[in-house]
Design a protein around this ligand. Structure first.
Ligand SMILES: [Zn+2]
Length: 287
């Protein structure tokens, strides 16, 4: 059964580790991530962007597939199904479809509008036992077509949104989505420290986990980050393994064209990436 991300993230924050959010795109992705989390005895958050939701034909399909897998694969670790960077309308749809967690990304709206929409969604999520992530300070990089520049959130605005009763808070601290450019200046630990000082026990979320050096990840966790989003890295692992399979001509040998064979190396690569991240984030055996 899907669970809210609240308990797993509060435990993570108190225990100084982070839970990974791994974005899903299809059946192979979902199965690989669930297999890895179960093997590692780790809680896990399945992230679904609005674009990925559309790709999978809609949120109801996603909920049906994930719930089916939890049962058929005998998954016993805590799993949250979470809307990633949701619009106000997207959040409403996911609440109705049976997600257990949502992110409302009001970072592109004026702070007053962000506050008003967040307040309303907090009330709905509390009533339904769901978790809610809010974002302050746009996180740069390409995010389903939305391109922003790296920026740092205002700690006072973070406190204002945290005080509305959200479950977890994403704040820009110089992190970006996608691959990091060679001239990237690194995370702003000064900003993160100031945000944690004002928001206390609130689990903080680090977006754009692909390509952040391990020492920075560990330092961010020590400063209150309890959820780390990984998306691009699984895509790169999947693509590289699939490319290798085809370049080696394996799809031309015997029944190598069978999608269950063709997609197997990519799925195994996603699983390996997830296991690596669970170890780095410290959530192994924290189910
Ligand atoms: Zn993000």
């Amino acid at each position: 059964m899907l669970v809210s991300a609240k308990e797993m993230l509060q435990k993570a924050k108190a225990g100084h580790y982070a839970v990974g959010q791994f974005n899903i795109n299809n059946l192979e992705w979902t199965k690989a991530i669930l297999t890895a989390a179960q093997e590692m005895n780790s809680p896990v958050i399945l992230g679904v962007s609005e674009g990925a939701g559309k790709y999978m034909t809609g949120y109801k399909t996603v909920v049906g597939m994930v719930n089916g897998m939890l049962e058929e694969m005998n998954i016993t670790v805590p799993v949250a199904l979470h809307l990633d960077h949701g619009s106000y309308e997207g959040c409403k749809k996911c609440i109705e479809a049976g997600f257990s967690s949502i992110m409302y990304d009001g970072s592109h709206s004026p702070i007053e509008e962000n506050v008003a929409n967040t307040k309303e969604l907090v009330a709905i999520c509390n009533e339904k036992g769901m978790s809610l992530e809010a974002e302050v300070g746009a996180i740069g990089g390409e995010e389903d077509g939305v391109i922003g520049k790296g920026e740092c959130a205002d700690p006072e605005e973070c406190k204002r949104i945290a005080d509305l009763g959200v479950t977890m808070l994403a704040a820009g601290i110089g992190n970006i989505h996608g691959k990091y450019p060679a001239n990237w200046e690194g995370l702003s630990f000064e900003t993160l420290d100031a945000i944690q000082a004002l928001t206390g026990d609130m689990p903080l979320v680090l977006h754009g986990g692909t390509g952040i050096p391990e020492d920075m990840i560990k330092k961010a966790i020590s400063l209150g980050v309890a959820k780390i989003n990984v998306n691009t890295e699984c895509q790169l692992s999947f693509a590289a393994a699939t490319r290798k399979y085809i370049e080696e001509g394996k799809d031309l040998q015997g029944k190598g064209f069978d999608p269950r064979k063709l997609l197997a190396p990519g799925a195994a690569a996603i699983k390996a990436t997830v296991i690596e991240k669970i170890e780095l984030f410290g959530s192994k055996d924290k189910a």
